[in-house]
Each structure stands twice: as structure tokens, then as C-alpha cells.
Design a protein around this ligand. Structure first.
Ligand code: GLU
Length: 304
């Protein structure tokens, strides 16, 4: 059941959108928690969405596992959980509009060729008018839809580190690209605040270009540092699952708040998830989140 709190701020809505490619780990849980607090601190609503479009990456049972883990931590979606696979028709429809407006084109360049260009596309297929099936489709970037900077609510002004060039919205295997699908998902679900890991900052430029091309009002973006494991690598859903969490005496939410620079008081260390979340909602301070692209897992949390 999803009861809407009458005091809910309708103008504020956030989301956590994991790819069900494995179980949650300390990094993804921290991201879920931060995205939740960022809107709940101001009485906004928060939803979970499952990014299951990239089917080769989807792992059986991962969606259920992620939802159950979030539930264990009292991170509950305010709306029924949607999956990207529920939106396929809509992706097709909007794709049709882009074709109709001549805003995209087929590209047959091989991965090898793109690598030789350092992934900065040189527009080779833009005017070829290819018609065969096995191609990817790229969005045309022009002066009217280009975006080269944006203000990140945590990291500050961001400028493209590389040259923007026409990018893929539908892959050769006919699966819509993440950047394309996520823009439509956020738009149709009226998301106003996107908080996620800083590894997606560079993708945000393309997402903003798509919002502009489709005349959508983009959400406010916030990127938190990516949690690195002891070896300085990004944690992975398959290797660093939270399975061990019941063995630790310290609350994982406490450790996540501590990692996020929120200074949770020591008395909260062994408190219930709900008490910790209530404290965090009242004391949420996005300015205290470190302005870093990545940050190692704290020693206290290493047992995870
Ligand atoms: N599904 C993406 C991931 O798990 C995140 C998408 C997003 O937050 O925009 O990495």
C-alpha cells in the first residue's frame, strides 16, 4: 500500500534507479539513502525505479533482492515500483518523434573505429542516410540543443571535459541507450531531483542535451562521490554485496551517514534503521557531502 502523506511537497520528487545487475553494496546503498534524504528532508516524495533495459546485464532475482534490501533499511518507494521495461512503447513513440523531426540518424561505424577516434564521434554517417537495420542511431547535436555546462547541486559548476559529439540513443542491438531511456523515465515520472554517483557526471551532459531536444524541463542534478573499496576500485554489485550486514554491530545506515559527512552522533551507532533515518531527515546537510568524485570506504565500514 502506498499512502501519501498530506504534507508531501508535490514539487519535490527524487528517485533511486538501480540496474538490477546484482545485489546492493555499501556504495549503492549510500546512494539510495542520500537520494532519499535529499527529498525527504524537505517533505518531498521518493521512488524506486528499476533500470532493467540493458537486459544482458540484468541478473535473475536481483530486482527482488534490491527491493528487499531497501525495505530492510526502511527505504520504501512512495509509488508502485516501475521498471524501464514498462516504458518500451513510450521510448518507441518519442523515438518516432525524433526521427520525424530529423534529429537523429543511423550510424554503422564499428566499435573499433570509434575507439580509434577516442570515442569522440566524427559525424561520418550523419549525411549518409543509411537505411539498413543493423545500425545504431545517434542524436544530432547542434547549437540549439548543445549543453556544455550545468550546475551540480553538490559538485558545483561542471563543464564538459571532452568535446560533445552526436551520441547513441539506440544501440546496434536495438536496445535504447541508458542516456535516452533515463531522460524519458525522469520526465514521465516528474522527477525534480536526481542524486546519484559522480561516475555519471559526464553522462549528465548528454542527458541535458536530450532534455533540451525533447523540450523537457530537466531535474536538478546532484552527484555524490563514488565509494571505493580498500583497493581503490569502484565497488561492484556482484563482489561487494551487503550480505554480511547482519554480522556487524554498527548500523550500516550510521556508517553511510558518517561517510556522507553528516556527522551522526555516536549514540545512533546501534539504533534502529527508522530512528537513524528520522535523525538524518531532520539533520540532512548536502553541503557537508565531500565535493569529490570518489572517496574510499571508511575503515569502520571495511568489514562490509
Ligand atoms: N541505473 C544506473 C546505475 O545503476 C543509474 C541511473 C541513474 O541514476 O541515472 O548505475
Amino acid at each position: 500500500m502506498h499512502h501519501e502523506n498530506p504534507k508531501t511537497n508535490k514539487n519535490l520528487k527524487g528517485r533511486f534507479a538501480p540496474t538490477p545487475s546484482g545485489r546492493l553494496h555499501f556504495g549503492s546503498l549510500t546512494c539510495a539513502l542520500a537520494s532519499y534524504l535529499d527529498v525527504k528532508a524537505k517533505n518531498g516524495s521518493w521512488i524506486i525505479r528499476l533500470d532493467d533495459l540493458d537486459s544482458p546485464r540484468v541478473q535473475r532475482g536481483a530486482s527482488e533482492n534490491i527491493i528487499r534490501t531497501l525495505e530492510y533499511f526502511n527505504l520504501i518507494s512512495d509509488e508502485p515500483i516501475r521498471r524501464q521495461s514498462d516504458n518500451l512503447k513510450l521510448y518507441e513513440e518519442i523515438f518516432g518523434d525524433l526521427i520525424h523531426k530529423n534529429l537523429c540518424y543511423k550510424c554503422e561505424c564499428s566499435r573499433k573505429r570509434l575507439q580509434s577516434l577516442n570515442n569522440v564521434y566524427d559525424y561520418r554517417c550523419r549525411n549518409k542516410k543509411l537505411s539498413h537495420e543493423k545500425t545504431s542511431v545517434r542524436l544530432k547535436i547542434s547549437e540549439t540543443n548543445n549543453v556544455q555546462n550545468f550546475i551540480d547541486n553538490i559538485q558545483g559548476n561542471q563543464e564538459t571535459a571532452h568535446i560533445t559529439s552526436d551520441f547513441i540513443i539506440r544501440r546496434k542491438d536495438q536496445i535504447f541507450a541508458y542516456e535516452y531511456a533515463v531522460v524519458i523515465d525522469d520526465y514521465v515520472q516528474n522527477i525534480t531531483s536526481v542524486l546519484r554517483g559522480a561516475d555519471l557526471i559526464s553522462s549528465t551532459f548528454n542527458q541535458l542535451i536530450l532534455h533540451k531536444s525533447l523540450n523537457f524541463n530537466p531535474p536538478l542534478y546532484s552527484h555524490i562521490p563514488v565509494v571505493e573499496n580498500k583497493d581503490g576500485e569502484k565497488m561492484s554489485k556482484s563482489k561487494n554485496a551487503l550480505m554480511e550486514f547482519s554480522k556487524t554491530k554498527l548500523s550500516i545506515l550510521y556508517l553511510a551517514l558518517d561517510w556522507l559527512g553528516q556527522n551522526p552522533p555516536a549514540e545512533l551507532k546501534n539504533e534502529s534503521n527508522q530512528i537513524i533515518i528520522d535523525w538524518a531527515k531532520k539533520n540532512w546537510c548536502p553541503k557537508a557531502i565531500p565535493q569529490l568524485l570518489s572517496k574510499p570506504i571508511t575503515e569502520k565500514a571495511q568489514i562490509l
